[in-house]
Every structure is written in structure tokens, then in C-alpha cells.
Design a protein around this ligand. Structure first.
Ligand code: SF4
Length: 378
């Protein structure tokens, strides 16, 4: 019997140590102007039986690995020898064993449901899958999924509570912007009020909720509205996490097309930092934790729990904005080259200065160069 299971293309960075369980394929909306993840990929549903068979495959592999580990006196730990012994008479490709072994190494505590909107599945079917997952792996503590706000807003409070009780603990919702004009521009298919409704419903049902905000999504024209309206919507939701994802117009997306047509002007790196400052300043009396957990963000240390963290976040931003324009350019280049992670890492570096000179002469400005570099990050 083959124990392989299906895996989708992406997961949030915070799910790096989770086992990935594919509930649906691709995105049922697939129209957001900035998104290239599932472009040209057709959405499809998987059956409950297919998904349960995947869970059984993971379970079977985990069992084989633990038994081989015990036989080799390693008490559950997985070595190359354990891996070889465990899959000796199993035709399942090695990569699946490695996935499960990696998960075992990190304690098997978390699972992530793929792809873009697992909550589109019939609630009772999803409950059945969650119960099966819990039955096979009772020690799982956190099960997370992406969800569209529109879908969450249409679920009844009882349905959301049922999913929560069956073991789904965390939702990631791509709000992107709280500004209706920007949401329309990017074809998000959700209004600011629907974002608030969905977010509040998710919080009321007891989920850990991550809401994503994209600084720069309104371009130059709507930067101020993007900051203020996003702060208003997220203040009304008070999600567990607010995750920053700075906007990058990727080639082949409608956002890149409207940029090429001159209808959307990207914000500079400094412009995005100023927008984040305005956003943080205008967040209300909330208790969310702000995370900057993606390489697209310039300032990774813009993180902290509200309300106490607001002062620290603003001081990091002000420290950056208080640097000379030349130092800011050096930091931007060094950060994008991976030489600086935090603002406190900054110091003039000969290698950075040489690359900066070369990029400026090649692309005309640091911002134009960064736009090219960032396209390769995603
Ligand atoms: S809903 Fe998410 S995955 Fe789907 S197109 Fe929009 S951003 Fe991309």
C-alpha cells in the first residue's frame, strides 16, 4: 500500500514545523490583483475519503518510523538508518517519509490545512476530517487554515463553534486592506464591513486569528487611506495577530499591469515604512500582537504586542526614518542582500556600498533595484 499524501504549494512562515494536509486545491476566488500563487490553476475540492486516506498515510508512516526507532534504541528519534528500515517494504516515495520525520522531530504539535480557503468545505465534512485528524494524532495542539473573510462571514456562529470544538484552532485571513477603494482596486471581493464581520465572528468563536495587512497596497495615491482604514478595521476586530506583508507588484499579476499602465504608482521603501507608522499610530485600544514575519518587510523588528508594544515599534520606525538618506539606502540594500536582519545590525559595510553603487547605476535608484530584487523572494 502506498502511504503518499497530497501537498499544496504554500503555507504561512509560522507553519514551518506543521504537517500539511490538503483539504482543497488552489483558490476558489483567484482574482486578487497582487497574488500569483494559484494563477492559472483551477480550484477543485477533495473528498472526505481522499483526505482521510492522506491522514491515514501520515499515521502509517509515523508508526513505521517510531517502531523502527524503538527497535534501533533511539526512543522515537529518527536517523537515516531508522528512515531506511521504516520504509524497507513500503513503495511510498522517500520524500513523504522525510516530511513526516521532520514533523516528528518538531514534536508533531501543529498541522496546517491547505490550500487558500479550507473553510469553503461543507462544515460537517470539515468537522469529520478534523475529528479523524485528532483521532489519529491526539497530541496535536494547533490546527490552522487560511480562510477568506467572505466565507467566514457566511458561516453561522454555531458552525464556527463546531469547527473550533472539532480542533481547528487558528485562522489566517488576508484582509490586505481595510479601505474599500483599495479592496475594490485589487478585486479582493470583500468589503471592509465584511472583514469586520468575519473577524469578529472568528474571534467570538474562540479562534486565534491572524489578519494580514499589506502596507503599500494602495500605492502612492491611497497610502494614507490604506493605513487609516486598515487601522480602523483591525481595531474593530482586535485579532490575535496582525501580520505585515509589504506590497510587491509581481510580474504577471494584474497589479503589475496597472502599474505598467501608470494607474498605480508603487510606494518607495521609505513610503511603506511611513505608512506602517501611520497605521500603528492609529490602531485603537487593542491587544493584538503585530508580527513582521516575512522577508518582503524592510523592518523585521517592527513587532510587539499592543498596546504596550506601540511605543517600541514607533521608536524603531523613527530610528530608521531619522537616519540619513544615504544610510537608509545602505540599510535597504544590505537587508535585501540578507546581510542585515534587524535595524540594530546596521553598520556601514564595504560590500554593501559596492553593491549599492552598482545597483544604482544599473537601475537608476535603490527603489527600482529593490523592486527587481524582491520579485525573486516570492
Ligand atoms: S484569496 Fe488569497 S490565494 Fe486567493 S487570489 Fe486572493 S490572495 Fe490569492
Amino acid at each position: 500500500m502506498n502511504n503518499s499524501f497530497e501537498i499544496g504549494p504554500i503555507r504561512p512562515p509560522s507553519e514551518a514545523y506543521s504537517i500539511l494536509l490538503r483539504i482543497t486545491r488552489n483558490c476558489p476566488w483567484n482574482r486578487c490583483a497582487f497574488c500569483s500563487t494559484y494563477r492559472d490553476q483551477k480550484f477543485s475540492r477533495r473528498t472526505v475519503d481522499e483526505i482521510k486516506a492522506d491522514i491515514d498515510g501520515m499515521h502509517s508512516i509515523a508508526l513505521r518510523l517510531s517502531e523502527a526507532s524503538v527497535r534501533q534504541g533511539l526512543d522515537g528519534r529518527v536517523s537515516e538508518e531508522v528512515l531506511t528500515e521504516a520504509r524497507a517494504d513500503d513503495p511510498t516515495p522517500e520524500s513523504y517519509y522525510r516530511q513526516v520525520a521532520f514533523w516528528m522531530q518538531y514534536g508533531m504539535r501543529t498541522a496546517f490545512l491547505q490550500d487558500a480557503n479550507s473553510l469553503i468545505m461543507n462544515t460537517q465534512d470539515l468537522v469529520e476530517i478534523l475529528r479523524h485528524l485528532k483521532a489519529r494524532f491526539p497530541f496535536i495542539e494547533r490546527v490552522t487554515s487560511y480562510a477568506r473573510a467572505k466565507t467566514v462571514s457566511k458561516k453561522s456562529p454555531e458552525e464556527l463553534s463546531e469547527l473550533r470544538a472539532a480542533g481547528l484552532t487558528r485562522l489566517h485571513i488576508g484582509m490586505e486592506s481595510g479601505c474599500d477603494g483599495v479592496l475594490e482596486l485589487i478585486s479582493k471581493g470583500v468589503t471592509a464591513e465584511e472583514h469586520i464581520l468575519a473577524g469578529r465572528k472568528a474571534m467570538d468563536a474562540g479562534f486565534d486569528l491572524s489578519e494580514y495587512y499589506m502596507p503599500g497596497l494602495g500605492g502612492e495615491s491611497f497610502s494614507r487611506e490604506n493605513a487609516l482604514e486598515s487601522a480602523r478595521v483591525l481595531s474593530a476586530i482586535n485579532p490575535t495577530f496582525i501580520r505585515l506583508r509589504s506590497t510587491v507588484p509581481l510580474p504577471g499579476t494584474p497589479l503589475a499591469d496597472i502599474m505598467a499602465a501608470g494607474e498605480w504608482v508603487p510606494l518607495s521603501e521609505d513610503g511603506k515604512v511611513r505608512e506602517i507608522r501611520l497605521f500603528v499610530e492609529n490602531l485603537g485600544d487593542i491587544t493584538s500582537t503585530i508580527k513582521s514575519d516575512h522577508m518582503m518587510n524592510l523592518l523585521e523588528d517592527v513587532e510587539g504586542s499592543m498596546p504596550a508594544g506601540r511605543g517600541r515599534i514607533l521608536s524603531v520606525i523613527d530610528r530608521y526614518l531619522g537616519m540619513s538618506a544615504d544610510d537608509r539606502e545602505s540599510f535597504i540594500i544590505g537587508r535585501r542582500l540578507g546581510l542585515y536582519r534587524l535595524l540594530s545590525d546596521f553598520g556601514r559595510d564595504g560590500q554593501v556600498e559596492a553593491v549599492k553603487r552598482e545597483l544604482k547605476s544599473r537601475f537608476g535608484s535603490v527603489d527600482a533595484a529593490v523592486m527587481e530584487l524582491l520579485k525573486n523572494y516570492i
